[in-house]
Design a protein around this ligand. Structure first.
Ligand code: PEP
Length: 254
């Protein structure tokens, strides 16, 4: 089974509404002829609906994502956003458990598991982020950390509920630092993740699941990363903020 690559941009806490719409439109224009790659951008909450609307008007194939959600359906949870609200704003993917959420906002694997469930129930494709810190890597705990994040993050799921799940392997030491994992390191870890999913659920789910690499992906390192069998795309932070730069990553095979 051939997996369609996904190149996803995480805009983090950057861009006002007008800047977000302008960048999204420019990307849509540049991506017009691309058919073999899925493309997603995740603007801040404030501009999601506007970006969705502007892309819908020009019939773009760039999908809109969110950077987070809260797992409750609705209620007195000041400042939070539900899966249903995201759906109504045109969201197709949601990034869950990004290391910045884990690090600065105390998200636990249990929160992440609830968020994955909420997104699946609202038909939003979850992109679950996992990855080890620099210290954990130095202590050779990478696989142990990934095991725990996967086991706890996907606890209680049946494999048919995870058909749209995307996993993003993002070593924390590589995010925003310019230190990318080597393509060989990424491939080895992705292969491990795929086999873990196969053992926990089933092999056809694992074979069809997209596993993205994230951490200082740039136009000049994407092709080599993507040349590896188990790297199905990228989650891109800094290099996704400028449409003309991001499209070079999307066009990795040109
Ligand atoms: C990210 O935010 O998920 C990320 C990988 O950031 P950067 O590409 O800037 O390292």
């Amino acid at each position: 089974m051939k997996r369609t690559p996904l190149i996803a941009g995480n805009w983090k806490m950057f861009k006002t509404c007008s800047e977000a719409v302008e960048t999204a439109k420019r990307l849509a224009e540049l991506a017009q002829k691309i058919t073999h790659i899925d493309i997603m951008i995740a603007p801040p909450f404030t501009s999601i609906a506007l970006v969705s609307e502007s892309l819908r008007n020009i019939n773009s194939r760039v999908d809109v994502g969110a950077q987070n959600l809260f797992y409750k359906k609705e209620g007195a949870y000041t400042g939070e956003i539900s899966a249903n609200m995201l759906k109504s704003a045109g969201v197709r993917y949601v990034i869950i458990g990004h290391s910045e959420r884990r690090q600065y906002f105390g998200e636990t694997d249990e929160d992440i598991c609830r968020k994955v469930r909420a997104s699946v129930e609202s038909n939003i494709f979850p992109i679950m982020c996992i990855g080890e810190t620099e210290t954990e890597k130095k202590e050779e705990k990478t696989l142990y950390v990934l095991d725990k994040q996967i086991e706890n993050g996907l606890k209680g799921f049946r494999s048919d509920e995870l058909a749209t799940l995307v996993i993003a392997y993002e070593p924390v030491w590589a995010i925003g630092t310019g230190n990318t994992a080597t393509p060989e390191q990424a491939e080895e870890v992705h292969k491990y993740i795929r086999s873990k999913i196969g053992k926990m659920f089933d092999f056809s789910l694992a074979e069809n699941m997209r596993i993205l690499y994230g951490g200082s992906v740039k136009p000049d390192n994407i092709s080599e990363l993507m040349s590896h069998q188990n790297v199905d795309g990228a989650l891109v932070g800094g290099a996704s903020l400028d449409a003309d730069n991001f499209i070079k990553i999307v066009n990795f095979n040109k």
